[in-house]
Ligand binder design. Sequence first.
Ligand SMILES: [Zn+2]
Length: 325
Amino acid sequence: MEQRRKAAGELHLELTDMRRNPYLADYEKGRRETGPVRPAPRTKRAVAEKARPVSWGASGASQARYAEQREHRERERRGTRTVSDERRRSQRDRARLQKVRAQRRGVALGCLLGAAVLLFLLLRIVGGAGAVKTAGSFSESVRGFLESFGEERIQGIRASVFYQHPEWTEDFLTVNEYSRPGEPLPRVSNIFVHYTANPQTSAAQNRSYFENLKDNHERSASAHFIIGYEGEILQCIPLNEIAYAVQTRNYDSISIECCYLAEDGSFTQETYDSLIRLLKWLTEAYHLKPEDILRHYDCGGKKCPLYYTEHPDAWEQLIQDVSEL
Ligand SMILES: [Zn+2]
């Protein structure tokens, strides 16, 4: 009992000594001086260190080998996928590029065709109105077309072309329903040659005959030009109006009446020469070929002009003379 007390007393003494331990006192004092312990600052390195997986149970060597194998597999997997991806992407891109190029080609071709058609139509319109002087090359047509902008027109023909016509006397008929209806002539496809069927009458007399139809109403008849047996040319109807000369063809042709003296209907040399000059100018003004010059006979069978229906070789010579003038 005494021994137990003694032991307890020793323990008590020891505890007392511990409390009095100068080291402990210093430790407590030190805590008081430095303040509470703060956590270490979170640096990037510290975070990385903490995030590094901890391997359990594997030795350092096998751990490194495992990491190497995994990295190799990963690299291989990534490499394969990247190559096939690239191939697929490049194929897709090529297809898309080809599609875009095809679309662009289509649009360009369409624009080109549209422009060509538009230019062709414009040239046809202007050429049909007698604006193009000669049936020259395409570039000449284009130049003529460009030059025609803003140019004055006379009887539907460009002034520069119109004023090159052979000398004639303008003496228009009065507008009337029997010889000059005043209707517009939309285009000119042919030029018809006639004879007056009334020998030894002058151009003036034949003009009067047409003019008087408005009063006597005998019939409907007229022509744009009358060429006298002395070679004089009378213009009775403007070139942008129709005449009553060839049934079914009044709306796309120009007509010329020729006076004559001989019973066989052949023309005097003066009439012939004036006719050739007038035909030459008309074919150029309307962009026509010499073959577009026709006899009244060629459309309806009427024997007009008489001499040239009975002498086809003389007609061929006439066409030849126009082309060689
Ligand atoms: Zn006729």
